[in-house]
Design a protein around this ligand. Sequence first.
Ligand SMILES: [Zn+2]
Length: 410
Amino acid sequence: MQKLIVNINRLFGILPPDTSSLKGDEMSKVNTISNAYLLLENDRIVDFGKMEDLPESNAPRISGKQFNILPSFIDSHTHLVFAETRENEFEMKIEGKTYAEIAASGGGILNSAKKIAQYDEYSLFESAYKRAQDLIQLGTGAIEIKSGYGLDPENELKILRVINRLKEALHIPVKRTFLAAHAKPKSFEGGYSDYVKHMLEKTFPQAAQLADYIDVFCENGFFTASDAQTIIDAGKKHGLKAKIHGNQLGHSGGALVAAENNILSVDHLEFLNQNEIMGLQRSSTFPVVLPNCSFYLKMQYAPAKAIINAGLPLVIASDFNPGSAPSGNLWTCWSLACTQMRITPEQAFNALTINAAAALELEKEMGSITKGKKANLIFTAAQDNISYYPYSFGENHAEKVMVDGEFVSN
Ligand SMILES: [Zn+2]
């Protein structure tokens, strides 16, 4: 079944089929057609161009005059499955309580883990499914979801099964990540490295069937670069590529161990020096930054501009989680990337679309307006300049969204 959208005010994000990601200066441009047409067949984009070049077609027409069309955003880093929100910690944070004080009064990751253990798979699925539906209405057209709040083998596998249910139920592409080492529970007797060994021994081989990627929180005071290496190696052995958390709280070695192993991505990077940037330049690892998290924690932002200036393919993701980034709104990320990280609207757009798709190995399917790609699209009001979106912050600009060539609503 074909659909022809005509007289589209602006069609943003057009790329040739052989573009796998955009690096450095290439990120400064967003190819656009004014007064465009877009022809869809079933779930795919089959043709597009200027209205004056519209070929004859019997396909039913939809007027695009009121709209701009963009490719959907891709969110390459979320912790979407959790038991309960943590607004009770919110006021403690405002009052300036430290992470340790919040943890002592029953907050933090360890608290999330305790709650996960009390919830069954179906209730975890239901709440995460609702969150995912809301994100789709905000224009997220593909998503990565991590485990990591189980903190013991049984509960991590439980979260992975919930993520697999989400993958079946949602119509957008879902990539599943096993966050094998997020924090060490108080009840575990032994060090961080012992915990990593224990988790890997007790979760594989099942985890390999339930996940696409493996992850670790490689941070000062948590898991070391050597623990990250153990996780990366275990993933490799079982066919899971690695995407790791690194350099959020300091120069943890995460960025360097990621680059040395050419893993898929290293995410956070609030602390990133020249040596670490050079490591990334020698690798194929995607640098992923998470502006919603820096905003919410009032912590420093990753040096997104330096990453682009180093010729790297910057990616932006939400880090949606109940503690440090309780929002999966990528329009907000777009605004923060411009206002706080000082990158251009075009650079941030490319970081949220084609590069984010590549960081989930979805670049052949999504991330741009390209013949043959999935018709996962955002329809916004007819603005003339792409800068309008991050400029007019705090809004959901998606008036309609399309998944697989069909309009979807909550
Ligand atoms: Zn995270």
